[in-house]
Design a binder for this molecule. Structure first.
Ligand SMILES: Nc1ncnc2c1ncn2[C@@H]1O[C@H](COP(=O)(O)OP(=O)(O)O)[C@@H](O)[C@H]1O
Ligand SMILES: [Mg+2]
Length: 311
């Protein structure tokens, strides 16, 4: 039902549906997905590749691909209906209220602009900062995200930095305006584990320092368990289960969540046998109506039964 939620979260998504059109036919990529994000808290949106995580984030930013559209549901940010007013509400909030850290920094950063300028552009325009002030602001943000020697690197171009540093630049650019909500699309997937741990610590810090809400999309339950206090699990565009991280990871109710957990390495159980999930999520066009995890498993032999028994 559309309407302002009674207990106001920072972000409340209810019944989100997104259709993707392929060769003139609409396919359901997200169906009836609901979750919320509180201030000062990270919510993890978890699922394998193809589950619809990126489309969910992009719908909130008004940045869906041309052939995708929100076909149902609502999203309220601080009481503002993001999908109303023909996308104008989102455009007003984008960058200041909500910002997004993309999966691939190489795509999100402008290759021919200095990184310092990319970090401070938004805030400089809004606050009417001088060039010097903007540069100092960029240096400050770069040190906040753990970039060594920011006074030197502020004038670098993206190609002059390593992948890890570029990812940090992108994070600095997206938090420079002190957004209330940060949407993260697998921002650590391309990083090695050491840098990944540093970036996670950085998000944990921002959550507390800025009292920001974080919506953190990943296929990696280990990442989520470190950062997020609540979790929603997506499978093929539908919500499988959600709850506190302790509930979902400690006592999963659904076969799919159990399978994801069995496929995730655990720090406290070195040497345990990982159980990969058989098969992959079917492409949108090939999914039968009501495509479920059980249907996938039926096509891939007794995999899930043996997973369940082992737990
Ligand atoms: N623009 C598009 N055109 C066609 N199919 C798309 C498009 N965007 C996403 N899809 C399909 O929608 C499903 C969900 O995509 P996505 O949100 O990117 O998943 P995830 O981020 O969880 O890996 C996938 O099957 C993907 O191939
Ligand atoms: Mg994705």
């Amino acid at each position: 039902m559309r309407g302002i939620p009674v207990v106001e979260s920072l972000l409340t998504v209810e019944g989100l549906c997104v259709d993707v059109s392929i060769q003139g036919r609409a396919y359901p990529a997200l169906r009836d997905v609901s979750f919320s994000v509180q201030r000062g808290e990270a919510h993890g949106l978890v699922g394998e590749s193809g589950s619809g995580k990126s489309l969910a984030l992009r719908s909130l930013m008004g940045l869906l691909p041309q052939n995708a559209r929100v076909s149902g549901g609502s999203a309220f940010f601080n009481g503002t209906d993001l999908f109303a007013n023909n996308g104008r509400n989102i455009r007003k909030i984008r960058g200041t209220g909500i910002s997004m850290v993309f999966q691939e920094p190489a795509v999100a950063l402008n290759p021919i602009a200095r990184v310092g300028t990319q970090i401070s552009d938004g805030i400089a325009q809004r606050k009417g900062l001088s060039r010097k002030e903007a540069r100092n602001c960029a240096i400050h943000m770069m040190s906040l995200v753990g970039i060594p020697n920011p006074e030197l690197r502020v004038d670098a171009y993206p190609f002059q930095l390593s992948g890890g540093m570029r990812q940090r630049v992108m994070i600095a650019a997206s938090v420079a305006c002190e957004p209330e909500l940060i949407l993260c699309d697998e921002p650590t997937t391309a990083l090695d584990v050491t840098v990944q741990a540093q970036v996670l610590a950085l998000f944990a810090g921002l959550k507390t320092e800025l009292n920001a809400g974080i919506l953190y999309v990943t296929h990696d339950l280990a990442v989520v368990s470190e950062l997020c206090s609540t979790i929603s699990v997506l499978y093929a565009g539908r919500l499988v289960e959600s709850g506190t991280a302790a509930e979902v990871l400690g006592n999963p109710q659904e076969d799919y969540t159990r399978a994801l957990l069995s496929a995730t390495p655990r720090i406290d159980e070195p040497g345990q046998r990982l159980q990969p999930i058989p098969g992959t999520t079917l492409a949108l066009r090939d999914r039968p109506a009501g495509y479920s995890f059980a249907m996938r498993m039926a096509d891939h032999g007794p995999g899930i039964q043996s997973i369940s028994k082992e737990l």
